[in-house]
Unconditional design. Structure first.
Length: 253
């Protein structure tokens, strides 16, 4: 009897080990292939892996993305973000009625760990809000917003400060002024950026940061008259986020 119990227990442990092993392998492969679908999107719509940096002149803008075709197939895509010097070169999405959808769904609606680069309905889609919060996962294979962590390096922070956001008929150019570790509070629920005083106090709290883990460019003027974007990704634990913030410099149309 004891022998049978030992055999059964052994079989249960073996099966459990196989199941856990398969689960671990599945997670490993999902992490390794994270972002692959987005490379397919670039091929499908003839979007160059690295977008040309636009010339800021007085002529009409040439947006290198066919948004009409793109949004006809994927209507939740409303912009494209590109940060030279990083792997960030992705569509930005927003899901009507479900702010958490793109936390774990790709632009195609596939359930995947990498999710998408997205905003919530606390923000308009025209980047007219004082602060637009853009989310992306910190994937181990370097995809999504993982390479934002390069801004922890002061030299990299100083040498890679441009962000471009493409929309149909226009290109928005931003300059990075801050990169730092923050707590996990929901920023859009925690601050009223339409209140000038509260927005000013918020900006002051960023521009006066002194800790060694923060990189702040105080030479860039940022006031309550400005529009900023906040890129948010996970840091080393669930209680922290890593934020990269940039101020709008120009809109080319």
């Amino acid at each position: 009897m004891k022998k049978k119990i030992v055999i059964i227990a052994g079989l249960i442990l073996l099966i459990a080990g196989i199941v856990l092993g398969c689960f671990g392998l599945s997670n490993y492969l999902e992490e390794k292939l994270a972002g692959h679908d987005y490379e397919n999107l670039k091929v499908e719509f003839d979007i160059e892996p690295v977008l040309d940096i636009p010339k800021m002149d007085d002529g009409p803008v040439e947006v290198p993305i066919d948004f009409q075709s793109l949004t006809a197939q994927y209507p939740d895509i409303y912009a494209w973000i590109y940060i030279p010097g990083t792997n960030v070169n992705y569509p930005i999405l927003q899901r009507e009625g479900d702010n958490g959808y793109y936390l774990n769904h790709t632009y195609e609606g596939k359930s995947r760990a990498e999710g998408a680069i997205y905003t919530e309905n606390y923000n308009e889609k025209d980047f007219s809000d004082p602060n637009t919060l853009i989310y992306g996962h910190n994937m181990k294979n370097g995809s999504m917003f993982q390479t934002l962590h390069k801004y922890k390096n002061k030299q990299f922070f100083e040498e890679n400060s441009d962000i471009y956001i493409y929309q149909e008929g226009r290109i928005l150019r931003y300059k990075i002024f801050a990169a730092y570790v923050y707590d996990a509070r929901h920023i859009m629920k925690s601050f009223d950026f339409n209140d000038e005083y509260e927005y000013r106090m918020y900006l002051n709290s960023i521009l006066t940061k002194k800790d060694m883990s923060s990189n702040i460019d105080t030479s860039i003027s940022v006031t309550t008259e400005d529009k900023i974007i906040t890129l948010s990704t996970c840091n080393n634990n669930d209680a922290q986020r890593y934020l990269v913030q940039a101020v709008l410099l120009s809109i080319q149309q």
